[in-house]
Design a binder for this molecule. Structure first.
Ligand SMILES: [Zn+2]
Length: 490
């Protein structure tokens, strides 16, 4: 009896310790949000919206096939920028790269200060002809209906380019003089990988010995109603982006007639290999950007979520299984596996000699392309299958710090422009042009001043892309304020 009593007590004390430990972590898990006084919104001239409409109308499409590239549209866009932003055009130094990408330099007063780089891209993805009738407004019409501007590029990414240009023009008109230099970098082929645009610009800056204090590109956004346990809007600043690799798998075996099949055919071998890779997902991992997300947003969450996030070490399996439950959550915690192409066979009664397939992987930070390839090779463990790297591969980006000058200034500016918003670091699952700038700055951030909600989340690269006029105007206010906060010596 006595022994049981003792065990009972030990159990009770153990439980009490766990509760105290959880409670301590919960209570000390305080808010890390920067509190900033929100500023009175500056007046935005109606010409800004008109300029934005003009920009949407110019069809700067990056086509699937390079033969469809329409250079006249890009020339038009160049003319549009010159005419609409005369102060930027005359007062900033402009360099052109591969005919259609631009780098503007606004020289600061103090050359000892590192410059900042604001990025955007001029190109948009095509509007698929067959889907045109599903658009409720003309995709390149730039129409305004119910205080919303419609068209391809309103979210990705002409809003970035135009609000940056408007902000700089407005500041020049005011006679503002930055202490720190500002570069505006606009690539014209982001949707195709950014080789001719951003990559070339970054190489030039590196050759010039430019080291930037920070770089800000698209990638993150303001999300509304998309993060479980949080009611407020959240501004997500990408501090890293995933890499991408495609592996081509090929197998060549004896063919023959389908009436006398060998035990294994090329199709069987390849199908088995793909099933193996697919059934063995990459391990889940909470990488640095997601750790930052948990630490910055956890304190703002409702009880249960906050309890789990404040005790990350204990609840990691629970946190991971919660993320795994949705496709978007799953993409944040692991290298994902997507077979995208499978080719074999020509006739219904002929066993094909060969089969080939492609699997695309999106790689989380701290994993490499080589590691992905090795793991796949080991999983398949079949010498009959040749595994080669596809043509478009990129390593995951480095992870930028959140205690840097740049992150702090971006955070502060968001808090000033958008009252009652939360700010958090994040992992961007798509690719942006900023990945080409790793040798120009170690502080690369990805945040576009657009609001993403359950209604418009699929409109980027999809149908009915649109933005409320107010969001566009706030984007200009954001850049005006960011330039002031980020380039004036305090
Ligand atoms: Zn984009």
């Amino acid at each position: 009896m006595k022994v049981f009593k003792k065990i009972g007590w030990l159990f009770f004390i153990g439980l009490l310790l766990v509760v105290v430990y959880l409670a301590f972590n919960f209570v000390t898990f305080g808010s890390k949000q920067i509190t900033a006084q929100s500023i009175t919104p500056i007046r935005i001239d109606k010409s800004a919206v008109e300029n934005f409409q003009k920009a949407i109308k110019i069809q700067t499409v990056s086509p699937e096939n390079s033969i469809d590239f329409d250079s006249t549209q890009f020339d038009l866009f160049n003319t549009f920028l010159k005419e609409s932003y005369p102060m930027v055009d005359s007062l900033l130094e402009k360099k052109v790269f591969n005919s259609y990408s631009f780098l503007y330099q606004w020289k600061g007063i103090d050359p000892s200060l590192k410059p900042i780089i604001l990025m955007g891209h001029l190109d948009v993805v095509p509007v698929i002809e067959a889907n045109k009738t599903d658009w409720r407004r003309e995709p390149f019409g730039g129409e305004i209906k119910q205080d919303t501007i419609w068209g391809r590029g309103t979210l990705d990414d002409k809003v970035g380019v135009i609000s940056i240009m408007e902000a700089v023009e407005l500041l020049l008109k005011e006679g503002f003089k930055p202490d720190r230099s500002i570069y505006l970098s606009f690539g014209h082929d982001e949707e195709l990988g950014g080789e001719a645009g951003a990559k070339t610009i970054a190489r030039y800056l590196k050759e010039q010995g430019v080291r930037a204090e920070f770089v800000l590109d698209e990638g993150g956004s303001i999300v509304r109603g998309l993060i479980p346990g949080i009611k407020k809007d959240v501004a997500l600043i990408g501090i890293a982006e995933k890499g991408s690799v495609s592996l081509d798998l090929t197998v060549k075996l004896e063919g023959g007639h389908s009436s006398m099949p060998e035990k294994e055919t090329a199709i069987d071998v390849l199908a088995t290999a793909i099933a193996k890779v697919k059934n063995n997902p990459f391990p889940a991992k909470i990488t640095k950007p997601m750790k930052g997300f948990i630490e910055q947003l956890g304190p703002e969450m409702t009880f249960i979520n906050k309890l789990a996030f404040s005790n990350q070490a204990l609840f990691e399996p629970l946190i991971i299984s919660t993320y795994e439950a949705s496709t978007s959550g799953n993409a944040l915690i692991r290298t994902t596996t997507s077979p995208t192409i499978f080719n074999s066979g020509v006739k219904e009664n002929i066993i094909p000699l060969s089969a080939s397939a492609t699997i695309n992987f999106r790689i989380i930070p701290e994993t490499t392309v080589a590691q992905v390839k090795d793991r796949v090779k080991n999983l398949i463990a079949d010498d009959r299958i040749k595994i080669t790297l596809g043509s478009f591969n990129s390593e995951p980006s480095k992870v930028s710090n959140i205690d840097s000058f740049g992150y702090q200034k971006i955070h502060e500016t968001i808090a000033e422009i958008y009252p009652d918003i939360l700010v958090s670091p994040y992992l961007v699952i798509a690719a942006t042009d900023s990945r080409h700038f790793e040798e120009v700055s170690e502080n690369i951030y990805r945040f576009a001043t657009i609001t993403i909600n359950p209604e418009n989340i699929k409109s980027i690269h999809g149908l009915n892309e649109r933005i409320p006029v107010q969001d566009f105007e706030n984007a200009i206010r954001f850049y005006v304020q960011l330039i002031k906060n980020g380039t004036v010596k305090s």
